[in-house]
Design a protein around this ligand. Sequence first.
Ligand code: ADP
Ligand code: ZN
Ligand code: ZN
Length: 804
Amino acid sequence: MIVKVVVDVPSGQTDRSFDYEVPPHLEKAIERGMRVIVPFGPRKVQGFVVGISDVTDLNKLKPIEDVLDVTPVLTEELLALGDWLTTSALCFKITAYQAMLPAALRAKYKKEIRLVHKERMNELQDDLKALFQYQSVIDWEELTKGHQQRIPQIKKAITSSILEVIYVVKDKVTYKKVKIVEPNNEQDLLAELKTIDNRAAKQKQVIEYFLKNRQPISVKELIERISTTRSTIKALVEKGILIEREIEVSRDPYADRDFKRTTPLTLTTNQQKIIQPIFDSIHQKEHKTFLIHGVTGSGKTEVYLQSIAEVLKEGKEAIVLVPEISLTPQMVQRFKERFGSLVAVLHSALSKGEKYDEWRKIQQGSVKVVVGARSAIFAPFKNIGIIIIDEEHEATYKQDENPRYHARDVAIKRASAYQCPLILGSATPSLESYARAKKGVYHLLSMLERVNDVKLPTVEIIDMREELKSGNRSMFSQLLYKKLSERLARGEQSVLFLNRRGYSTFVMCRECGYVAECPHCDISLTYHHTSRSLKCHYCGHEEGMPQRCSSCNSEHIRFFGSGTQKVEEEITKVLPGARVIRMDVDTTRKKGAHEKLLTAFSEGKADILLGTQMIAKGLDFPNITLVGVLAADSMLNLPDFRASERTFQLLTQVSGRAGRHQLPGEVVIQTYTPEHYSIDLVRNHDFIAFFEKEMITRRMQGYPPYYYVTVIQVSHEEITKVIEVTGKIAEYVKRSLSNQAIVLGPVVASIPRIKNRYRYQCMIKYKNEPTLVKTLKEITENYKREMNKGDLQVSIDMNPYVLM
Ligand code: ADP
Ligand code: ZN
Ligand code: ZN
């Protein structure tokens, strides 16, 4: 028996399968899609079995070392999906397979140094000799941490074959274990109770507990419940009265919460109209992609829930993607309330172990619905009946590192493999999706009114230049200030939104205009109030707040712009009675902090919720009647062809937080460019007008959805090298593609230098280029050697979402 294995060595040369022999005792254990350990050159690596055969072209094969799985971690469908990813996201096979699995299943290697020739030990330097005296294998970390001077010695000894490097696969899978205690059935508890000395009252108390409750209980819980101690329990275990053991438990991040169950609502006429074609697709087992364009509060989520219920009736499974799920606990709650323990949740705030446990529940079929962020699209279900992508326009669905896939594309692939519907939902669909829906590639379903006749909020746009002219230097316009005060007086809640990007504080000299920049990146440093220091958001560089300008030596160096902290200070100044909850990266760093703050706000413990992007989505609180946007144009000036689209989406999204229930909502948007259509059209919540206007711009400029875009980015420490390589690549692409394709570049990237590496790029705009993937693969192949050395980086993004 021979297996074909894709090994965990991501490089061009190894991007294929290798043949291995299967020792007889493993023959029965092995299947396609399982992980194995195989020898590869001098080391042992993890790999995936992609084929089983009884022929090979080689005469001598190495045997596989071990099989790691009992059932395949990659189903046939996922193996095929992985192959598709290698061309659609331009990545290595191994990278594609690994991206589909939880991190806990990815191999980690430990580097160790082994003494090969004990008899030649005297050739080692004293330091090393002493260490290898008693052990022949030493962990690399242990050997070199704090002892950098040993590295050249070790290298020398390796070259002369006295020592060798070995790699050991660390088994990463960790099961969470809990210590439990239970009464020893062979003992009579009542009799024991009598024998215990009266002075050991604590021990008596434990036995009395078990006389009442004979069930096993975790040690931790027992200690809490009857406020006893570890040592009391230990004493009883030693006497043989109690038995202590360890059990494996599944980590359920939502276990300690009660979800009251909800039942399906009676659908409105609108909801009924749009759910029918979805039901048809489910019943007819026919793959279709639906785009629900539904304004905020139109009842999309209820449509999702009832579509899923229909799929569950058929005995099938559902995948639901939401952006940054950890940030919308309300959304998770709605799914848990409807489907209870049938729901697994996958998001970035879970620990590796928690993620693995959720993944296992999906793989074993003990859950039927997964609600998760981007990577949940790879959930290992075997009988998918529906895939739903909420807020489909969100940029987080595109992974911006390898493999650079878009969850929407993967969803289309999987839904067509299972012949089931895919639902994309948004109040502000991406231009790409809406254009496809208009062309009939997707099926457009519209819900342009809110449920129960709730009105969309009224939106007022304030020109901040006028405010300044009339002498108002505050960050609040007169209107916003007035409306905030009214809310305070009436006991209603407000949300204040500040876009973090482009609006963080930077440090500038008032005399000469010098701006403090990162010494390693061409980007200004951000002032952090809590640590009173300057930080680079790209490389992490940190320095103290300067006392003097390093350019003109003036003392008048200050921070500018306004972060959430400054806004908070200002609120306390102008609205002294207001209770504010601030939500930004600083206040939500701790696990669970986000949810706590939101709960406090929903319980009315604050009047104003002040925050960044993270408050734009998914909030649904009845008492919010005012939304204020402090600087609407902060995103508009980013060098990105999607800047207008993002601005419109974000403003619409934020506005949607107001007046979702009985109380009517109002929105105040402050801006320096009120005439821009991406701001002006928010006034009437007019997505369609925005779409039409923006499509004209895209057509003129040759951007999606009229053209596809691929960006090749090159970086190196020497600027001349970067320009030379980017130039050659651009030439090569021009020669290889048809004359319909537009090749731009080399041009400097919008952040010209990060971590001391210069960055240039080449942009390709095209409509139909069948040879593109081949050309791009040739480019990476060409620069493979230089890239492996680590000096040069060439990264290719087909359909990029962040142009930096
Ligand atoms: P969306 O996802 O489009 O923003 P939601 O599904 O959150 O909209 O619905 C908005 C509000 O309307 C929610 O409070 C929801 O409970 C309520 N709702 C939705 N559908 C119905 C219905 N058929 N009957 C009554 N209330 C509904
Ligand atoms: Zn930096
Ligand atoms: Zn200066």
